[in-house]
Design a protein around this ligand. Structure first.
Ligand SMILES: NC(=O)C1=CN([C@@H]2O[C@H](COP(=O)(O)OP(=O)(O)OC[C@H]3O[C@@H](n4cnc5c(N)ncnc54)[C@H](O)[C@@H]3O)[C@@H](O)[C@H]2O)C=CC1
Ligand SMILES: O=C(O)[C@H]1O[C@H](OP(=O)(O)OP(=O)(O)OC[C@H]2O[C@@H](n3ccc(=O)[nH]c3=O)[C@H](O)[C@@H]2O)[C@H](O)[C@@H](O)[C@@H]1O
Length: 436
């Protein structure tokens, strides 16, 4: 099938590449000409494990193409995916200007029946808005389909190629059939395509992200309570996660959820509820808890130094919002760095992939090192902010030799408490006993 993908961010690139992988002809279009040129030269603009191999293979085998010319992309494509940003507007609601702007541009160019698919996360009613824009600017037949994307950064290829489910929201029979054919190679036994109406499909995406964020905030509150009552959140996680009705995943307490989606989507759903005169109380609490959790490690640090961190030197391991990505959007590390720098601390940081992105935002307010151990030189303490696997089993001899004091604040609960006791560290993690 011939497919156009509009927008080549995370979602567009993964969608385009993975659809080419199953034999489709895919043309990706982006307004960022520099990025398009880079991709035309075979360079992948993001770090995503496993994507480069597929990206290069599909370009080489002539199934994956890039352009900045929308007309060229639409010419022969039956299905047009919109993988455009939907950032929070000033009031927290999703900003639909990219999606509706592209719909208008598309309407002016189409010359035959097209299926326009929203991959972007969009509020309930957006398919109707896209339909209205298209109707205003074209006489051609079209169908608008909601097909939310559930991939996670870091495992995006696996999530796309072997999805838990594929949600398709449409009441257009022709579009339903085409989408079913397109996704047939990705359907595994028991992991179905779920067809529904557009509105339910749009809301399914927000409900999924908000439910996961709720799980995280809930566990972060349990962790905070654990610290007060002398319980261990890791034990609670194991104790409740073994119940199938609760499930083992997304129960890790830490320094709050970040990334380009949970913060914006929880906010957008709360806003959307409010616009419909519904006060979604749980979501407000989920956001409040996350705001506090993001800087909980700063509070722990300040408490340890009796409120004065001026001139203290901290090593930071991990800047990305989670491991296996260079994405720093809404990363808790940025909030923590900001607070510590404001309080007069000196920071030396290392991340395996996200340093360039952080340099662009934080600049020379902190220093960056070539490896995790150089960041420790003369530091008063180590702060662990992202659970990259290289931080899980460090060389403890080097740690001890380079740190000025054996003090660790671990926002991701990476180390065994007993081991830290044996090594003589002051070790403060999340929802567990503080050892010294
Ligand atoms: N990042 C993620 O892991 C996931 C994101 N989503 C949703 O997918 C949507 C896209 O997210 P990302 O891929 O992260 O976005 P992004 O911000 O990384 O990339 C968007 C791309 O669209 C391009 N663009 C903007 N206007 C354009 C136009 N008129 N024509 C062509 N290209 C244009 C930009 O240059 C950029 O390359 C959002 O709604 C997001 O909520 C959904 C699931 C996962
Ligand atoms: O809509 C989206 O963009 C995507 O948002 C999330 O994916 P992603 O943001 O890539 O990352 P997650 O693995 O979900 O992690 C999000 C945040 O939650 C935190 N988290 C996750 C799990 C957990 O147990 N505890 C926890 O604090 C992570 O550290 C991270 O900051 C969802 O998991 C995807 O299904 C969805 O498609």
């Amino acid at each position: 099938m011939k497919i156009a993908v509009v927008g080549t961010g995370y979602v567009g690139l993964v969608t385009g590449t993975c659809l080419a992988e199953t034999g489709n002809q895919v043309i990706c279009v982006d307004i960022n000409e520099k990025k398009v040129k880079m991709m035309q030269e075979g360079q992948l603009p993001i770090y995503e494990p496993g994507l480069e191999l597929l990206f290069t293979r599909n370009i080489t085998q002539g199934r994956l193409h890039f352009t900045s010319n929308l007309a060229e992309a639409l010419e022969e494509s039956k299905i047009i995916f919109l993988a455009l940003p939907t950032p929070p507007g000033g009031d927290g609601a999703a900003d639909l200007s990219y999606v509706l702007g592209a719909a208008k541009d598309i309407a002016k160019l189409i010359k035959e029946y097209k299926v326009i698919v929203t991959k972007s996360t969009v509020p309930v009613g957006t398919a109707d808005k896209i339909t209205a824009v298209l109707q205003e600017h074209t006489d051609m037949e079209f169908a608008v389909v909601s097909n939310p994307e559930f991939l996670r950064e870091g495992v995006a290829v696996e999530d796309f190629m072997k999805p838990d489910r594929i949600v398709i929201g449409t009441d257009d029979e022709r579009a339903r059939k085409l989408m079913g054919e397109l996704y047939a190679p990705y359907v595994r036994q028991g992991n179905p395509i779920i067809y529904m109406d557009q509105r339910s499909s749009e809301l399914t995406k927000y409900a999924a992200n908000s439910f996961l964020a709720t799980k995280i905030s809930f566990m972060n509150e349990i962790a905070n309570l654990c610290e007060l009552v002398g319980a261990d959140v890791d034990m609670i996680r194991r104790g409740i996660g073994s119940d199938d009705r609760i499930g083992r995943r997304f129960l890790f307490s830490g320094i709050g959820y970040g990334g380009s989606c949970f913060p914006k989507d929880v906010q957008a759903l709360a806003k959307s509820a409010k616009e419909n005169n519904y006060d979604f109380k749980i979501l407000n609490a989920v956001m409040d808890v996350n705001d506090i959790q993001r800087t909980i490690l700063v509070e722990k640090v300040k408490q340890y130094y009796q409120g004065n961190v001026k001139g203290k030197k901290f090593a930071i391991w991990g800047l990305a919002f989670k491991p296996e990505t260079d994405d720093i959007r809404e990363a808790p590390a940025l909030y923590i760095i900001d607070e510590l720098v404001k309080a007069g601390a000196i920071i030396s940081a290392f991340d395996p992939e996200a340093m360039e992105n952080v340099k662009n935002v934080v600049g020379d307010k902190i220093t960056y090192t070539d490896n995790q151990y150089d960041a420790l030189d003369g530091a008063d303490a180590l702060l662990i902010l992202t659970e990259w696997s290289v931080f899980r089993t460090p060389d403890f001899d080097q740690l001890e030799a380079k740190l000025k004091a054996k003090v660790i604040f671990d926002g991701r609960n990476l180390y065994d408490i007993q081991k830290m006791i044996d090594c003589g560290y002051y070790y403060n993690s999340i929802g567990r006993k503080v050892v010294s």
